[in-house]
Design a protein around this ligand. Structure first.
Ligand code: NA7
Length: 550
């Protein structure tokens, strides 16, 4: 029962058609679609408001590394005509403002219980419904269970001893305070040099008395070269939104960025380098799209990596620091390419220094700072930019029990598996909006969210129109999809770096690339096929052979 304030009463059992978990861009769109379909549903969100990853990750310098023209909803022309982005690469505060604008416009908040977590979900075989319990004591019984929990939701905290003894302040970039943090004159240590660390360094470096950057694995980063959007440009975009969205939906990444099919070695060396120089000057991810085979051809990849390493030496004045900042030992773009604004330049400031944790590993946190094997760094504050339990973390954060008591943790013990990254054998009517076996973090996630929510809503409509209660993929369909995922993974260099993409950053997690690397457009076609073939890869409740479709 929803109260007048919109929140759900504790300890009552609420019967619904659907429960949606997450009020990020996937969950918000799911709520909008389910409401349009006339379904009774409730959204559950741990954060205090909408925005998902952008609600939590409020650290200074946080930006999306996709251009806002791509990283925005396309389902409503009214929304895309009304909203104005100020910069090509939007700041977190603008993306969060956009999420709030959409939530206001569509009146979405009333459908969500905020500051509420799911603690368990189990499938009741006899009644064909999900029983979902929350930390507030609410119990929902719903036919459809839609997980829009995002790939980067559960922050990873390093397990160094001593954090509890530190007398200064500890900040996690993924749980940043809502009020501004003033680092003026303070001695700050930052652990982690992925996209997040690389974005925050130049901003904190402007304020801090001293900033020590603890780097374990250097990342490749490209200049973002962000710029303000002029009214003329924006008018042009608004006039052409329909074709922009069409191009994005047909592209490998779900965005309009140009991606060349030209093989690297099809051009002579001088021409290759001239093209790389042009892309470098252009900024952003243009560089990644200059050639078509950088994630398949190791030799090409290394030449590009060396070009980027040389750029580091051009900026960083101290040769030893420059050398230590150069990534080696894994292919460029196998870790998520970072986009920065003044990262390397920050190391030329007298108040910024690099602590190389390969040479001198962190041992523990002390009451006064960070102790490495060789040194003690006195600090007033420690910032943790140490990443996430990516892709599966949020899905495994609570107990999920499917048909016949099947435990999701058991199913995924050897790695995440599902059909299309959307549905799973043994878990009827559980739908993942951005599951670990789709393109997930490799595609434009808003485009992906929209496409998958639409797919899920079509599947629900199909069941409702045909008097079917529940659906789940056939085991052989799931097996076949995972074979495709594995075959593609074998061909890409993305498998060859220790990253959250392959689960390497979480101790005890099964390692391997389970994301679909065939590109958004191909993925979209596979999803469309699974629907237009009459859902023949699925069985429908009551899961008896005579109810198989196709
Ligand atoms: P990432 O990309 O997972 O980066 C985390 C960083 O933190 C990375 O440099 C890690 O080094 C470092 N790290 C993690 N644990 C430790 C410990 N214990 N000691 C030292 N350093 C550590 O997360 P981000 O938040 O930066 O980016 C995530 C995504 O957000 C990104 O891919 C974009 O999609 C946007 P390691 O590599 O483990 O040696």
């Amino acid at each position: 029962m929803a109260t007048a304030s919109g929140a759900t009463d504790a300890h009552s059992i609420i019967a619904l058609d659907a429960v949606v978990v997450g009020a990020g861009f996937g969950g918000m769109y799911a709520a909008y679609r389910l409401r349009e379909m006339g379904l009774r549903f409730r959204g559950i969100e741990a954060g205090g408001d909408v925005g998902g990853v952008w609600y939590w990750n409020r650290y200074p310098g946080a930006r999306c590394d996709l251009m806002c023209i791509d990283y925005s909803y396309s389902f409503s022309d009214e929304i895309q005509q009304e909203w104005v982005w100020p910069e090509q690469y939007a700041h977190q505060s603008d993306i969060l403002a956009y999420a709030n604008f959409v939530a206001d416009k569509l009146d979405l908040r009333k459908d969500f219980d905020f500051e509420t977590r799911v603690i368990s979900a189990s499938y009741d075989d006899a009644r064909d419904l999900w029983v979902i319990k929350t930390n507030t004591g609410a119990i929902f019984e719903a036919t459809y269970f839609i997980l829009a929990t995002g790939p980067l939701t559960v922050p990873k905290r390093p397990d160094y001893p001593g954090f509890e003894d530190f007398t200064g302040d500890i900040y996690s970039t993924a749980r940043w305070p809502h009020e501004p943090v003033d680092f003026t004159g303070r001695k700050v240590g930052l652990i982690g040099t992925g996209s997040t660390g690389i974005q925050i360094v130049p901003v904190v470096a402007e304020q801090a008395g001293e900033l020590v950057v603890f780097q374990r694995t250097p990342s490749f980063t490209l200049p973002m070269r962000n710029s303000a959007i002029t009214p003329e440009f924006w008018d042009e975009v608004r006039r052409n939104y329909a074709s922009i969205r069409e191009s994005a939906s047909l592209s490998p990444l779900g965005g309009i960025r140009a991606v060349s099919t030209r093989p690297f070695f099809s051009l002579p060396r001088a021409q290759r380098h001239s093209l790389m120089e042009d892309s470098w000057k252009q900024g952003g991810l243009a560089f990644l799209g200059t050639f078509g085979d950088l994630l398949r051809n190791e030799e090409a990849n290394e030449e590009v990596a060396e070009f980027v390493r040389a750029k580091i030496s051009e900026v960083v004045k101290d040769p030893d620091t420059a050398e230590r900042l150069k990534p080696r030992g894994y292919p460029i773009f196998a870790r998520r390419p970072c986009l920065d604004t003044g990262y390397y330049e920050a190391f030329n400031q007298p108040n910024v220094r690099l602590a190389d944790c390969i040479d001198d590993p962190i041992e523990c946190i002390t009451p006064r700072g960070i102790k490495t094997q060789k040194t003690h760094y006195d600090l007033d504050a420690i910032i943790l930019a140490t990443g996430f339990d990516g892709l599966t973390g949020a899905l495994m954060a609570f107990a999920v029990t499917g048909r016949d008591g099947r435990d999701l943790k058991d199913k995924w013990r050897e790695g995440a598996r599902s059909y299309l990254g959307i549905a799973m054998d043994g878990f009827p009517n559980l739908f993942m909006v951005c599951g670990p076996n789709g393109p997930s973090a490799l595609a434009n996630i808003i485009t992906l969210n929209q496409q998958n929510v639409d797919w899920i809503c079509s599947a629900i409509t199909h069941m409702r129109d045909n008097g079917l209660t529940a659906m789940e993929p056939r085991p052989d369909a799931e097996e076949a999809w995972m074979d495709i995922v594995a075959t593609l993974a074998d061909k890409t260099l993305v498998s060859k770096a220790n990253t959250w993409y392959v689960g390497a950053n979480i101790q005890g997690k099964t390692k391997g690339l389970t994301m679909y690397t065939g590109g958004f457009a191909n993925y979209r076609n596979s999803c469309a096929d699974a629907q237009t073939n009459g859902y023949r890869e699925f069985t429908f409740a009551p899961c008896k052979p005579d109810l198989k479709v196709g």
